[in-house]
Structure formats: structure tokens, C-alpha cells
Design a binder for this molecule. Structure first.
Ligand SMILES: Cc1cc2nc3c(=O)[nH]c(=O)nc-3n(C[C@H](O)[C@H](O)[C@H](O)COP(=O)(O)O)c2cc1C
Length: 355
């Protein structure tokens, strides 16, 4: 049987061997932004499942852009160097690797979820957070509104991180503009109350994220794909919505973005999300059609046939798996067997292959 899920996808000069991709997932295990052995073992195990792409967890472009003190970072060359074994291991498995470049904005400086996930004060090892406006997220600490100099410095940090990622052989950059973090905070009218060029109508709210996209695209090799993860809706009245997402995707395409990774939510503490299997897939389908933009679908995709159907029906160009691959890092190998698709196994595992 020919499987759409296990067919290759080419974007720019990069051919992804299949369309089962690993979604970015914070591990809250780094020290000063530097990966620990956990990261190599965790991402390495995922690579042995031979996904078509492995995306690292949200990797902060500045120290204050970390969600927690335990996040990965890429604000110095030492951070980049420490990622080399992970990149090499993925490449040794013929798995392309993406880095998700992130700034957590007003949702930075929190403890890891297992410790409650709330704001950390400076005394507790946290820091003052930055955001478009001095508007807190739920019970979190109130952020400081970014000056234009802060905006410039942060944009330059995204660019510098992308240059470092290229230097160590990373294949794809994904800019994190979802889940209520900094760039999503600029997009949404619920968190962006600025009255300068970066706030107000839709075009003004999109301006800063699009400037970052354009600046990263200029620095990132034209042979390599650039992705953006967005939240297609805030799931809250008066918030960011799918119509704005389609417009943002079109503007991103003009600036050289190759794929939109379509998630949702995370911006408004009062969001009402209707969660069910594949619940975000219709957003990926709408953006793909209306913005003429390749998309990846994510969210409660857990079954091989479900994933196959999403790609085969043209709802998305690829699927991203999160919790399913945390449970079973070799999910793609099992899915290929179930779909009777050709899929290379690591030779070390070959004797375990079910035929
Ligand atoms: C432990 C964990 C960490 C996550 N960290 C990130 C992250 O760093 N960046 C991001 O964009 N999404 C993050 N997510 C969201 C996932 O990438 C994914 O979008 C979400 O889990 C829904 O997919 P799933 O139903 O397949 O798990 C995280 C999810 C989990 C479970």
C-alpha cells in the first residue's frame, strides 16, 4: 500500500523522509539553557523512531525569554556547541532536526509544571518578564511593557540564535508564535494594548512578529525551510482568531515562511477549548487552503490511520505528535508497520521488526 503519511515532503532544498514529525516539547531539564544528558537520551530515543522531523523544545533566544529556569537556550555560542551531539545523533539516524526559537514574554519566569508552574519571583530565582503591554496572564506576575529598544534587542536575539543554529547544522528553524508567548502576545488584541506602530489594528499587531520572521529569513540560508508555530485561535471572545491566522499565514508566506505549524490557545486564562481527537486539524486545513501555505497539524493525533487520513485528505502536509511519542518514541515505526508502508529501521533494532 502507498502511504501518504510515509511519503517524502520537499520544502526548499530539504526533503523530509516522511510526514510523521515530533512536536516540540519542553523537558524542564536544562541548566542555564544548556542541555543535559537527558536531552540527548530523550531526543535520541525519538530519533530512533525515525520521524520525518524532530523539533526541539522551545529554545529561548534570551535568558529572560525562558518559560522556566530549566529551559534550553541559544543565546551564546556555548549553547550552540552543547547541542551538537543531539544534532549529530539525529543526522546519524537520517532524521532532520528543527529548533524551535522562542521567547515566553509574560509567561516567562515560571516554575516547571511538576512544581506548580506559577510565576517565580526574583528571590525565587525568577526575573522580571517582558511583554507588549503591562498586562498579566491570569495570576502570573505583571510584565513590563517592551520599549522599542527591547523589541530591537529581542529581534536581534532571534536572528543571532538562527545563525548559531545554522552553524551547527540544524535543518529547520521554527519560530514560536503560539501558546500565549511573546509573539502571540503581540498578535492578540487581548494582550497587545500598545499605541505605537506595534499595536492597534491587525496590521500593526502583526508588524513585530512579521519583522522577526523577515529578519530570521534573511539570516537563515535560503536552502533551508523556515516554519512558524501559531495558535489559530485564542478560544476567547474578542481574541485572535482563525480569520486573522489566515491573513498572518499569507503575510508569512510573502516573507519566505515555508510551513505554518497550527496549534491553538494558551493566551487567555479564561479560554474555553473544545478538545477532541484532531481538534486543531480543521484550522490547519483552512490555513492550507485559504493562505495557500503548507501546514502541519497537531493536537490529539494518536492513531496511525488517523494520521494517514489527515495527510491523505489534504488537511495538512504533515502531522506533529506530542504526547503519543512521549509514551512511545518508536511510534513512527509501529505506524509504518500498521499502514504497510516502507520505512527504514535503525539496523540496531532490525531483528525486532514485525513483518
Ligand atoms: C511535555 C510537553 C511539553 C511541551 N512543550 C512545548 C514546547 O516547547 N513548544 C511548543 O510549541 N509546544 C509544546 N507543547 C505542546 C506540544 O508540542 C503539542 O502541541 C501538544 O502536546 C498537543 O499535541 P499532542 O496531543 O500530540 O500531545 C508541549 C506539550 C507537552 C506535553
Amino acid at each position: 500500500m502507498t502511504s501518504a503519511l510515509f511519503s517524502p515532503l520537499t520544502l526548499r532544498d530539504m526533503t523530509f523522509p516522511n510526514r510523521v514529525w515530533v512536536s516540540p516539547m519542553c523537558q524542564y531539564s536544562a541548566v542555564d539553557g544548556i542541555p543535559e544528558p537527558w536531552h540527548l537520551v530523550h531526543l535520541g530515543a525519538l530519533a530512533t523512531g525515525r520521524p520525518g522531523l524532530l523539533i526541539t523544545e522551545a529554545t529561548a533566544v534570551t535568558p529572560e525569554g525562558r518559560i522556566s529556569p530549566l529551559d534550553l537556550g541559544l543565546w551564546s555560542d556555548s549553547h550552540a556547541e552543547a547541542l551538537i551531539p543531539i544534532v549529530s545523533f539525529a543526522h546519524g539516524q537520517d532524521v532532520p532536526i528543527a529548533i524551535q526559537l522562542a521567547h515566553a514574554g509574560r509567561k516567562a519566569s515560571t516554575s516547571q509544571p511538576s512544581a506548580g508552574g506559577g510565576s517565580l519571583s526574583v528571590e525565587e530565582g525568577g526575573w522580571i518578564t517582558l511583554a507588549p503591554s503591562a498586562e498579566a496572564f491570569g495570576e502570573f506576575a505583571e510584565p513590563v511593557a517592551m520599549t522599542l529598544a527591547d523589541c530591537e534587542r529581542t529581534r536581534d536575539a532571534f536572528v543571532a540564535a538562527a545563525i548559531r543554529a545554522d552553524a551547527i547544522g540544524v535543518d529547520v528553524v521554527e519560530i514560536h508564535a503560539a501558546h500565549g508567548y511573546l509573539l502571540h502576545e503581540f498578535l492578540s488584541p487581548l494582550s497587545n494594548l500598545r499605541d505605537d506602530q506595534y499595536g492597534g489594528d491587525l496590521a500593526s499587531r502583526m508588524r513585530y512578529p512579521l519583522e522577526i520572521v523577515a529578519a530570521v529569513r534573511e539570516a537563515w540560508p535560503s536552502s533551508k525551510p523556515l516554519f512558524v508555530r501559531i495558535s489559530a485561535t485564542d478560544w476567547a471572545p474578542g481574541g485572535w482568531d482563525i480569520e486573522s491566522s489566515v491573513i498572518f499565514a499569507r503575510e508569512s508566506r510573502i516573507r519566505g515562511v515555508d510551513l505554518i505549524d497550527v496549534s491553538s490557545g494558551g493566551l487567555a486564562a479564561h479560554q474555553q477549548v473544545a478538545v477532541s481527537p484532531g481538534y486543531q486539524v480543521p484550522f490547519a486545513a483552512q490555513i492550507r487552503t485559504q493562505a495557500d501555505m503548507p501546514t502541519a497539524a497537531v493536537g490529539l493525533i494518536t492513531e496511525a490511520k488517523q494520521a494517514e487520513q489527515i495527510v491523505e485528505s489534504g488537511s495538512a502536509d504533515a502531522v506533529l505528535l506530542g504526547r503519543a511519542v512521549l509514551r512511545e518514541p518508536r511510534w513512527p515505526l509501529h505506524a509504518a508497520a500498521e499502514l504497510d508502508a516502507d520505512h527504514a529501521w535503525p539496523h540496531q533494532l532490525a531483528r525486532a521488526r514485525v513483518r
